[in-house]
Design a protein around this ligand. Structure first.
Ligand code: CR6
Length: 802
């Protein structure tokens, strides 16, 4: 039905009538979107079935990527592109007077994630299928994804997200594959001929219903599965308050927790974690049993990867299945479990490290708690043999200590691989944060620098740049992104550079139009688009960016001879609803924007725009239109970052600290094609360890700093009632934990360099080209191939499938 546009239109019209029960004349855009979605899903379904059949027939090792978040975004255009039918569909629809882009508008972003970690999981799904690797995702089908952000009077207001309001056309509900997940109750030990057996009694059972999404690879027949679990009540009679039971149950998959890099410690979160893990493992084991007589070789055919510690209960859950359901010994079960589970750490921020009070954990998951307890006791005994008498060390490393269960410790002990997400991050884990564990298990630790799918973040979102690259070096980079390097041949080709310039300008114009339509603010596409889009967090230092803008404004107002290249500063950021300080920064950005944008005397030089409701689909419009990529976290704090890679791939230049993957970006593009400033991670960590930083000194000794810090509280920007006092205090009274004032001068200097470089268009375009040319390494295809080779031990099934 997609082989030519005539066949497409014919089938489309038939399907439209069948699925919507309307004639073409009566039908709406939503009907068109829905019909097209169903057609694509049908088109995919035979390959989906065949992929699964062949995995079964070949007894391929399958990897399951367990993640509490999958930040998918929209899937229509992405699926069309991967299937290679985007042109037929676009042209066919045109014949009917329908614009594909209008139908894309009908699709809601699937925002089942907060930021980097969730989007990484989505990029990984795309790379797994594209590389024909047998890898699937397991997650939660939250009824409401990440909140929708509105800016009212400069403040963030959160609205519940409603992505399922019109249904989700890509999913298939599989009610017959539902599994039961027990909570609460008590455990009874029974002596069965000298062997202790455990029964979980009087549990409150929740039914987990899977919704499967096909994951279509690029130009391949492989279709993997993303299985999202929804919590429903069981049909069995229960003798308790039925309404309460229904509420408690449905709440489990109702909302995504809107925090990233922060642990809330709420019981519902622990329920979500066990729900995901238990439902996934029960269903994986059920299909495994159909193929294998026993679970003794489970680890040879199944890999379970845990994305951060959120799914770490996979370890005791698998132990439970092997011991309680299969009747294995502890030793056999432990051998299998610790050869099945691998773990990625995504942060060293203390506030993100998950710890659960025993008083919450034990009653909710009584049998799982017993197993974690035993894992802990055995681990502590091993430590005792290795470090006899070193109580201090054992206490530090224990999985349960001071009535708390430490999830990261459990993850390291119960898995065979622990990886960080950028070279520096892995080093910090090994040498500092997890050093004691690294000494005991050095062989487990490894690095896998993050990546992004160039199919969504370049081919789909920047079609003009994609065409230019294809004209220049052909299309082999599409399957082998390292070939982007060949773009370096065009460094001296002024016609090529000119086209690169035109494309960036076109993209900037489109974004400028969108900004005008959304905010009424007119921005000049000829100005430098200087962009910081990411979650709002103190360590990401949006504040440093704002203080620099205030400084520029002061210079423009006070010094008529001050020269600067015109700039448009763009921000996009959601703050976690309970993160008071982050919300103050949003208000600050909007407050200074208001004054600056309304000051006619600077309007040809400076504009500040806060883009509401930053999300995947908006990001796709921003990266292609950006000149400067702000990656200015306090060194050592950003584990990797992935936005930095999306900017680079679209030709924006990084202005950043030596943090996370910025360091590897610098290594790939070379020192001349990036702007680096600020303290190093080493320096930051030494300050934390030994002291020696007094922010007030910087305030007193640097006039520029004094002026902008004073302006936070003196009403200069029209703020009332000490609105920004908490920010002011964080810098002076609390000694500026993130070294904003310490790095201020160095940042101004680097920004000046940015302005100088941009003024020399030829130089800038060469730098931009170098960034695109060296971005191939940051494709998630490279990352996933490394996971496949070094951690999972799986290989491409190309040729084996069908
Ligand atoms: N917040 C890191 O902070 C990293 C991603 C993906 C984060 C970020 O630097 O790029 O993970 N960490 O690895 C967590 O979510 C815990 C993130 O997205």
């Amino acid at each position: 039905m997609f082989s030519n546009k005539e066949m497409f239109t014919e089938t489309f019209l038939q399907r439209l009538e069948m699925t919507c029960g309307k004639s073409f004349q009566e039908s709406t855009k939503r009907d068109h979107y829905h019909t097209l979605g169903i057609m694509i899903r049908e088109y995919v379904s035979s390959n989906w079935i065949k992929t699964n059949e062949s995995y079964r027939a070949e007894k391929e090792k399958q990897v399951y990527y367990l993640s509490i978040e999958f930040l998918l975004g929209k899937l229509l255009r992405h699926n069309l592109l991967n299937l290679g039918i985007d042109d037929v569909v676009e042209e066919g629809l045109k014949e009917l007077g329908i614009e594909l882009s209008d139908l894309e508008e009908m699709e809601a972003d699937a925002a089942l994630g907060n930021g980097g970690l969730g989007r990484l999981a989505a990029c990984f799904m795309d790379s797994l299928a594209t590389l024909d690797l047998p890898g699937h995702g397991c997650g939660i089908r939250y009824k409401h994804g990440l909140f929708e952000q509105k800016i009212v009077d400069g403040y963030q207001v959160e609205l519940p997200e409603q992505w399922l309001r019109h249904g989700h056309v890509w999913e298939v509900r599989k009610a017959d594959l539902a599994v039961d997940v027990p909570f609460w109750g008590r455990v009874e030990a029974i002596n069965n001929n000298g062997k202790l057996e455990f029964r979980h009694l009087e549990a409150e059972t929740v039914m987990a219903v899977p919704y499967d999404l096909p994951v279509v690879g690029y130009q391949t027949d492989t279709v993997n599965t993303l299985r999202l679990w929804s919590a429903e009540t069981t049909p069995y009679p229960i003798n308790r308050d039925i309404m309460k039971y229904k509420r408690d149950t449905e709440l489990i998959s109702e909302f995504l927790y809107p925090d990233d890099t922060h642990d809330e410690g709420k019981i519902l979160r622990l329920k979500q974690q066990y729900f995901l893990v238990s439902a996934s493992i029960r269903s994986i084991v059920r299909s495994y049993r159909k193929q294998h007589a026993s679970l003794i070789d489970f680890h040879k055919y199944v890999g379970l990867h845990i994305n951060d510690t959120h799914p770490v209960l996979a370890i005791p859950e698998l132990m439970r299945v092997l011991i309680d359901e299969e009747g294995m010994s502890w030793e056999d079960a432990w051998h299998i479990t610790t050869n099945t589970i691998s773990y990625t750490n995504h942060t060293t921020l203390a506030e993100a490290l998950e710890k659960w009070p025993v008083r919450i954990f034990q009653p909710l998951l009584p049998r799982i708690f017993m197993i974690v307890n035993e894992i802990n006791e055995r681990f502590c005994q091993d430590l005792w043999t290795q470090y006899p008498g070193d109580w201090r060390k054992i206490e530090d490393m224990a999985i349960i200590a001071h009535d708390q269960v430490k999830m990261a410790h459990l993850a390291i002990v119960g898995s065979y691989s622990v990886n960080g997400v950028a070279a520096i991050h892995t080093e910090i884990l090994k040498q500092r944060e997890m050093n004691q564990f690294y000494q005991v298990f050095p062989e487990k630790f490894n690095n896998k620098t993050n990546g992004i799918t160039h199919r969504r973040w370049l081919i789909k979102s920047n079609p003009k740049l994609t065409s230019l690259i294809n004209e220049g070096i052909g299309t082999k980079w599409v399957n082998h992104p390292e070939h982007l390097k060949e773009l370096q041949f065009f460094q001296q080709d002024s016609a090529f550079l000119e086209q690169l310039y035109e494309i960036k300008q076109d993209n900037k114009k489109s974004l400028a139009e969108k900004i005008k339509a959304k905010t009424g603010i007119v921005v000049d596409p000829l100005s430098i688009f200087d962009v910081q889009v990411k979650r709002l967090h103190a360590y990401k230092r949006q504040l440093l960016n704002v203080l620099h803008i205030m400084y520029l404004y002061n210079r423009l107002k006070e010094d008529s001879s001050f020269q600067m290249y015109p700039r448009t500063f763009l921000f996009g950021a959601k703050a976690s609803p309970g993160y008071y300080y982050a919300k103050k920064i949003i208000k600050l950005i909007n407050t200074i924007a208001e004054k600056i944008n309304n000051d006619k005397t600077v309007s040809d030089k400076l504009k500040v725009v806060f883009l509401e409701n930053y999300r995947v689909s908006l990001a796709e419009e921003i990266f292609p239109a950006s000149d400067v990529s702000e990656q200015i976290s306090t060194a050592s704090k950003e584990a990797s970052g992935t936005g930095n890679m999306k900017f680079m791939m679209n030709g924006a230049l990084t202005l950043g600290t030596l943090d996370g993957a910025n360091i590897e970006i610098k290594e790939h593009v070379g020192d001349d094609n990036i702007f680096i400033f600020g303290l190093t991670a080493e320096e930051v960590m030494n300050y934390y360890q030994y002291g020696g930083y007094t922010s007030v000194d910087y305030y007193h000794h640097d006039k520029r700093i004094r002026q902008v810090v004073d302006q936070l509280t003196n009403g200069y920007f029209g703020d009332l009632d000490n609105e920004f006092e908490p920010i002011h205090d964080s810098l002076l009274m609390e000694n500026d934990q993130y070294f904003v004032l310490r790095d201020f001068s160095s940042y101004i200097e680097a920004q000046r360099e940015v302005g100088k470089a941009y003024a020399d268009q030829n130089r800038w375009l060469k730098m931009s080209l170098a960034n695109i040319a060296n971005s191939g390494f940051f494709s998630s295809d490279r990352t996933i191939q490394q996971y496949a080779d070094d951690i999972w031990n799986i290989s491409s099934v190309k040729g084996k499938v069908r």
